[in-house]
Design a protein around this ligand. Sequence first.
Ligand code: F0G
Length: 403
Amino acid sequence: MYHLECIECRRKYRANEVIYTCTCGGLLDIVYDYSKIHITANDLKAPLSVWKYRALLPVSREPVSLKEGGTPLYRVDRVAESVGLKKVYVKHEGMNPTGSFKDRGMTVGVTKALELGMRTVACASTGNTSASLAVYGARAGIPAVVLLPSGKVALGKLAQALMHGAKVLSIKGNFDDALKLVRDLCDSEGFYLLNSVNPYRLEGQKTIAFEIADQLGWQAPDRIVLPVGNAGNITAIYKGFMELRHLGIIDSVPKMTGIQAEGASPVVRAIKNNEPAITPEEKPETVATAIRIGNPVNAIKALTAIRESGGTAETVSDAEIIQAQHELASLEGIGVEPASASSIAGLRKLVRMGVVEKDETVVCVTTGHLLKDSEHVLAVCPKPIEIDATIEAVKKAVFSDKQ
Ligand code: F0G
């Protein structure tokens, strides 16, 4: 039904091989025999969830699941008006079991690990991937090892990885260093690598596209805007829409629009300079620690997704990210972490630049929940007002201009 295929030299590998990249160094894709997949929008009437789309997922055993997916697609008219568009939606991936979109990849990836007989799972992470792997490892009953950049992981994410029992290693280096190390560790120890270089992870994440189309009545929006870090998610969502079009379920594919922080923007530079590949950044830096990545492993796939779909990529400053985070929280009641808010910040900038047209239907993907990074919230919001426990003090404070 499916096999692994190198996106560079087209070499094929059997689905049961434990391999992450081709011997030529190229990234791998899962390629299906679509002629054997018979599925129509009519077959897809079950409630939303990752496993609703099982016919398009590359595993056969009982899933390791915590009921991931089925996240809300909110229409956000106040934000739309504020950025200058008519129809904007937010796909809030922070509503997954561990509070980020990573769960979609992990339910599929950890299920695959069991199917392949792997005994330990591992990843490098800016935080969310490690939280999700720790949780799904626990659910599967197998150990998880996670490598994190020291001092740069939001506390909520670290708390999840620790409490769910992963072996948590804090690396004196950044995410890119941690990813190199964990790849070596997996090769030498036979651990199963669950970073997004593993194409099975991306298969789970492509269900974001399935759900968006499903929630819009089997139509694609004109544009998807999302944060880009290791560049897996933009690739996965593009693949999801391409598959739906291939199967005749939708008839267009949205313009894939990737947003990066100014201090960590190799994909944006490659798009703007029309280069075939990225030039890695040695010292990535941004308040959005989730996307503090200088050498995205899926960059080649992401560049293709952006170019083939007629999309684009843009940077936003940390100040723009924080403003967008406040706006989404206060105007719409949607609480997201800084990386996720970059999608809204990026959309605002692209409307201002005239790149996004006024009548486009846009879906912004908010990838992680506000509570992941509460330390950041305390740093950017006013402090609570401390008062005496008297009704006079309460009234005075309620009607004061402070906060
Ligand atoms: N948003 C959030 C909240 C993330 O955690 C990540 C990636 C991204 C966006 C970017 O997605 O890497 O597929 O381009 N976080 C990874 C991690 C790197 O380790 O949790 P991407």
